[in-house]
Design a protein around this ligand. Structure first.
Ligand SMILES: Cc1cc2nc3c(=O)[nH]c(=O)nc-3n(C[C@H](O)[C@H](O)[C@H](O)COP(=O)(O)OP(=O)(O)OC[C@H]3O[C@@H](n4cnc5c(N)ncnc54)[C@H](O)[C@@H]3O)c2cc1C
Length: 295
């Protein structure tokens, strides 16, 4: 097997243009598992972990650009202001995996259990793709098209993800048989967008790809409006509204039975994660406004 070591993104894109079957390797934390189990046997690998152009993040025009080559450890260290993203990165694997694994690799694998992916969905991120012919930008839902299937073309690399920076609380949480080193049985990212008065909820590991619970999102935003919570974070949220949100998020899941959990358990877990995430977000809003905790 050949291993190619481009020094710049331009070199890497030239290689991809000439040899689209060359497989990029970033952290190798997914790819090496496939190689070790003989599930993939590519003729050539191209190490993209040293490309400086991929290992960057920047704020631009009220948006965040997150380079595909950023490791989870870098994100945790550099991007503390992005709570749900950092929550998700902290739950990935072990320190060794977080030191090597990248968001680009999570997108490249496109597993419905990829922990960074519900966060990108809740932020409504675009995926930025690049080839020798130029860049192509796809909304996350057009990039992720099925279980371990994406719209990445053979001559392209993932350059990064980009989203509008949202003001408001949020979180990522996941359910699994233990606290660390676990593939999610169900996961949820909740983001509150104060300026647009939206609540967004994205689900992982409970469908063929990442899902947004759009009906639940609209219902809870309306309930918060009629309870006056958008204007007054201390206002009480009716218990029935929270219960309806919990049920509607659970209803948005499209889980299957597999070795990690039954469909019924996964659906239930989504509802529980949704209720908890909503209560954390509402509490964070109260705290930020200097209001006492809800009883
Ligand atoms: C022990 C262990 C625990 C793990 N725990 C978790 C976990 O808790 N949560 C989780 O989400 N994942 C977990 N993973 C999976 C893995 O760590 C993540 O999916 C990680 O994000 C993969 O990134 P990478 O850079 O290592 O990808 P790689 O293995 O290098 O690549 C993965 C795929 O993406 C492609 N690719 C990589 N970068 C690009 C790019 N820029 N453009 C185009 N294609 C690209 C590669 O060709 C390959 O097909 C775990 C893996 C292991 C081995």
């Amino acid at each position: 097997m050949d291993v190619l070591l481009p020094r710049t993104l331009a070199e890497a894109l030239d290689v991809k243009a000439a040899h689209p079957d060359v497989v990029p390797i970033a952290g190798g934390t997914d790819l090496m598992v496939d190689l070790n189990f003989d599930r993939r046997r590519p003729g050539s690998l191209m190490d993209i972990s040293r490309l400086p152009e991929l290992a960057v993040w920047r704020r631009e025009d009220g948006h965040l650009f997150l380079g595909a080559g950023l490791t989870y450890t870098r994100i945790i260290g550099d991007l503390a202001a992005f709570g749900p993203l950092v929550d998700a990165c902290r739950t990935v694997g072990s320190p060794q995996i977080r030191n090597r694994g990248t968001v680009g690799g999570n997108l490249g694998t496109a597993s419905p259990a990829g922990d960074a992916l519900p966060v990108l969905a809740a932020y409504d991120a675009d995926v930025v793709l690049i080839s020798a012919a130029g860049t192509r930008i796809l909304p996350w839902g057009e990039f992720l098209i099925g279980p371990k299937r994406s719209a990445l073309r053979p001559d392209e690399l993932v350059l990064g993800a980009r989203w509008r920076i949202v003001r408001g609380p949020g979180s990522f949480s996941k359910v699994g048989p233990r606290n660390a080193m676990v593939i999610a049985v169900a996961s949820l990212c909740l983001v509150v967008d104060e300026d647009r008065r939206e609540v967004r909820a994205a689900l992982g590991s409970v469908g063929p790809t990442i899902l947004r619970a759009r009906a639940a999102e609209q219902e809870i935003a309306r309930a918060l409006e009629s309870a006056g919570v958008w204007d007054d974070p201390a206002a009480a949220v009716p218990r029935e509204a929270v219960e309806r949100f919990q049920s509607a998020v659970a209803a948005a899941a499209r889980p299957i039975d597999d070795v990690r959990g039954s469909a019924a358990y996964r659906r239930h877990a989504c509802g529980v994660l949704a209720r908890r995430a909503l209560s954390w977000a509402l509490q964070d809003r109260r705290t930020a406004a200097g209001a006492p905790p809800a009883r």
